[in-house]
Design a protein around this ligand. Structure first.
Ligand SMILES: *Cc1c(COP(=O)(O)O)cnc(C)c1O
Length: 379
């Protein structure tokens, strides 16, 4: 039996173990230490040349979004406008805070938050407090940030940018993760770089990051004993896993290149095949890290082949592929949530498939993938 080809598996660069070993040698086996500082600095330096952004390393991207909502002072009666087409890590923190979620549709160019649906929702919620807007750069493709930010500014609503999938992506030459009032990154095992599990909160405003560090270490006031005037969280990244992160930052640009090369390979393969289209950079303002290469399969043009058929045949051949995110407004837990849009994300979900996209895929892996795809599309 062949080894499994994964959708997106961890890809170490080499120096991770050096940093992790340092943590052991110096006995910094704690939720702070030199690797945490080093990792945060590496991220801040990566996001902008002049290090305008501060970073707090945390246990997950979900924790970063949760802290961002806290830092904005989210109350249960508030409304949070969340992109529906996403992973639950985007929206769960809104539920943790007990606030009202309003889901926003995607547009067809980037597959992320539709500016028209966003404005429609804001207008419809007149009189309510909208605490934040949470757009996502889906699969690494930058969302239409110009349009989204101009609406956010018009109505004076902060943006929490979910850049969990988009480290290394750029919009108009500016790094994803630098557009929101705050931004969340993720270093989960399947992301473009990983610390096995982890995340970070990024902000230009240092005050937010200082407070995030405070809240993520149980909100301990300054005192010789343990003194608490607020409820905090145990959300800080450990110095051991931050060592993995430092090593991964050294190869991030290479990983972006490798993922983009995968994307080109798939495009070349499908060039001659009817009914298959790609999530594509709309113009050269958009630079995607192509974390995952995603396709849409239209059975009306593909001779009846649909995404589920492709997924199952791949699975029989030990090749991992996955439907696109099921829109959150269709999830049983959100059956009563409000949705604004025309159902673009529902159609994308119906037709879309994420293809194996790891930066560690070999030529042999691609041969296997294309042989299986040949058996489906080139019968
Ligand atoms: C991965 C991811 C997150 C955060 O996930 P964690 O596993 O908590 O780090 C949030 N949003 C999106 C869109 C993601 O893909």
């Amino acid at each position: 039996m062949n080894n499994k080809i994964w959708l997106s598996s961890p890809h170490m660069g080499g120096n991770e173990e050096v940093y992790v070993k340092e943590a052991f040698t110096s006995n910094w086996i704690a939720p702070l230490g030199p690797n945490v500082n080093g990792f945060e600095n590496a991220i801040s330096s990566y996001l902008s040349d002049d290090k305008e952004y501060e970073t707090a390393a945390l246990v997950s991207g979900t924790a970063a979004i949760h802290l961002a909502l806290r830092l904005l002072g989210t109350k249960t009666e508030d409304y949070i406008l969340v992109q529906s087409f996403t992973f639950c890590g985007t929206s769960n923190p809104v539920s943790y805070e007990g606030a009202n979620i309003v889901f926003i549709d995607s547009e067809t160019d980037t597959w992320s938050m539709c500016p028209d649906a966003l404005e429609e929702a804001i207008v419809a919620l007149k009189g309510k407090t909208i605490r934040a807007i949470i757009p996502v750069h889906l699969y690494g493709m930058p969302a239409k940030m110009n349009e989204i930010l101009s609406i956010a500014n018009k109505y004076n609503v902060p943006v929490i940018e979910d850049a969990a999938e988009a480290l290394g992506s750029k919009y108009k030459g500016k790094a994803c993760g630098t557009f929101g009032t705050m931004a969340a990154l993720s270093f989960n095992g399947n992301k473009i770089i990983t610390t096995s599990g982890g995340g970070a909160l990024v902000a230009k405003n240092r005050d937010y990051i200082d407070k995030a560090r405070f809240l993520s270490t149980q909100a301990r006031d300054e005192a010789p004993h343990y003194e608490h005037s607020q409820i905090g969280f145990n959300y800080r990244m450990s110095n051991v896993v931050a060592g993995i992160g430092r090593g991964q930052m050294e190869v991030l640009d290479l990983r972006v290149q490798q993922r983009r090369d995968n994307n080109i390979r798939y495009r070349n393969y499908f060039k001659e095949i009817e009914g298959v289209s790609f999530q594509t950079e709309p113009d050269d303002s958009f630079f995607s890290n192509y974390w995952l290469t995603c396709i849409l399969i239209d059975p009306e043009k593909s001779g009846g082949i649909d995404r589920e058929q492709v997924r199952l045949i791949m699975e029989q051949n030990q090749i991992d592929s996955r439907p696109l995110w099921k829109p959150m407004h269709l999830q049983p837990v959100h059956k009563d949530a409000i949705f604004f849009g025309t159902g673009v994300c529902e159609k994308l979900f119906e037709k879309g498939l994420c293809l194996p996209s790891g930066s560690n895929l070999s030529d042999e892996d691609f041969d296997r993938i294309f042989t299986v795809l040949d058996s489906i599309f080139k019968k």
